[in-house]
Design a protein around this ligand. Structure first.
Ligand SMILES: NC(=O)N[C@@H](CC(=O)O)C(=O)O
Ligand SMILES: [Zn+2]
Ligand SMILES: [Zn+2]
Length: 430
């Protein structure tokens, strides 16, 4: 038996307690716990204890682009960001559209052991949007896939989407849709608006997202299936979600940290680090997304961590790939956009970073309360810390962070996965 006592932590930002952990499970919580001489103690005075974070949307580039991220480097970035489970998107090379690839990703994640890496299965073969992948085989594999997505691309054909919803309903799984009507975004480079027009960049209109979200909400309700909307980026999408939820549609949604904080003013720099899909929208969109996250219209935060090689980012805007790093900065951006302005308290942070994503993905041992008998899957946060983002110092191989040089509030001090320390003071433990 190994016992660790985390001393003086504040669960959900509330009163300080000692948390005793034995063999991966929380065995006692209280003030002035009697400490066995065999126990190791960890000083957590002033730190907020939250359930480990769950990211429904991560791009690890293995297999295929191990020059930008591997399951190992991405696991380190995740642990350092306070995450204890991540969902690795299927747009790898080869695509995760079969049991062999998803089992590889799952096994490799378990071997590294820093974070539970759950592979997302592709909806269609090769992400081509034409034929359904073998969803059932992936669901029954060792990886037990329950989240399917063609992310990077939209399942645009309504008949394919309907069939996919029917299958996932039977499998008790969920489709995560990258909502982008491709006919409305041909050649798109930036949010369709004043700035893109002035800069001569082809526009990606909000309606291309909103039209697919509305269609999919209607389809999901018709089928009685669940739908998850990836990276919600517009005020109009929040309105559609509010309407769909009010009429009982089984829909959930995520917002990225960058869509909460950044807006298309960033285009003025012409720096492709700001190129992302969906694009950075307007400041009023970002404000509406913060309100939608606060009131639960948008369920959770997901990073859409998207590492890219420098040659794919340090080039002209139109040639650059879309995507930005997110795992190690997510908590701080949520603190800056939601906690500091008073839109969420720490209970709310636990809800949007851990509890809701765990529920959406159906993970039974993540997003659990900090309580006796529960797994010791815990993230300790220093709410008073300030740190400067340096892409080169992040654990990812790629360095494409839009927050370079920014001083951000709040820092992850330690992460525990089932009682095992996976990150401490900026160092992952493997
Ligand atoms: N978000 C991005 O801009 N890029 C993602 C794909 C995606 O999430 O659509 C990627 O894989 O790089
Ligand atoms: Zn996407
Ligand atoms: Zn993505």
């Amino acid at each position: 038996m190994s016992t660790v006592v985390i001393r003086g932590a504040r669960p959900y930002g509330e009163d300080a307690v000692d948390i005793e952990v034995t063999d991966g499970v929380i065995t006692a919580i209280g003030t002035g716990l009697a400490i066995k001489d065999t126990a190791e103690t960890v000083d957590a005075e002033g730190l907020v204890a939250l359930p480990g974070f769950v990211d429904l949307h991560t791009h690890l580039r293995e297999p295929g682009r191990e020059d930008t991220e591997t399951i190992e480097t991405g696991s380190r970035a995740a642990a350092l960001g306070g995450y204890t489970a991540v969902f690795a998107m299927a747009n790898t090379d080869p695509v995760a559209d079969n049991a062999v690839v998803v089992e590889h990703v799952w096994r490799r994640g378990q071997e590294i052991g820093l974070v539970d890496v759950h592979p997302v299965g592709a909806v269609t073969v090769g992400l081509k949007g034409e034929r359904l992948a073998e969803l059932g085989t992936m669901a029954r594999s060792v990886a037990r896939v329950r989240l399917f997505s063609d992310d990077g691309l939209c399942v645009a054909d309504p008949l394919i989407m309907r069939r996919a919803l029917e299958y996932t309903k039977a499998l008790d799984a969920v489709i995560a849709q990258h909502a982008e009507e491709p006919r409305l975004t041909v050649g798109a480079q930036a949010h369709e608006g004043e700035l893109a027009a002035r800069l001569g960049l082809a526009g990606w209109p909000s309606v291309a997202e909103e039209a697919i979200v509305a269609r999919d909400c209607l389809l999901a309700r018709h089928v009685g299936a669940r739908l998850h909307v990836c990276h919600v980026s517009t005020e109009g999408t929040a309105e559609v979600l509010r309407w769909a939820k009010a009429r009982g549609t089984r829909v959930s949604a995520e917002v990225t940290p960058h869509h909460l904080l950044l807006d298309d003013e960033r285009l003025n720099t012409y720096d492709p680090v700001n190129k992302v899909n969906p694009p950075l929208r307007t400041a009023p969109d970002a404000k509406a997304l913060r309100a939608a996250l606060a009131d639960g219209t948008v369920d959770c935060v997901a990073t859409d961590h998207a590492p890219h090689a420098s040659q794919d980012k340090d080039c002209e805007w139109s040639a650059a790939r879309p995507g930005m790093l997110g795992l190690q900065t997510a908590l701080s951006i949520v603190v800056a956009t939601m906690v500091e302005p008073g839109l969420l308290d720490w209970r709310g942070v636990a809800r949007v970073m851990s509890e809701r994503p765990a529920e959406i993905a159906g993970l039974p041992d993540q997003g659990r309360p900090i309580a006796v008998g529960e797994p010791a899957t815990i993230t300790l946060v220093d709410p008073a810390a300030r740190w400067t983002v340096r892409g080169a110092e992040l654990a990812s191989i790629a360095a494409n962070t839009p927050y370079e040089g920014m001083v951000l509030p709040g820092a992850v001090v330690a992460t525990y996965l089932r009682g095992r320390l996976t990150a401490r003071d900026g160092k992952a433990t493997a």
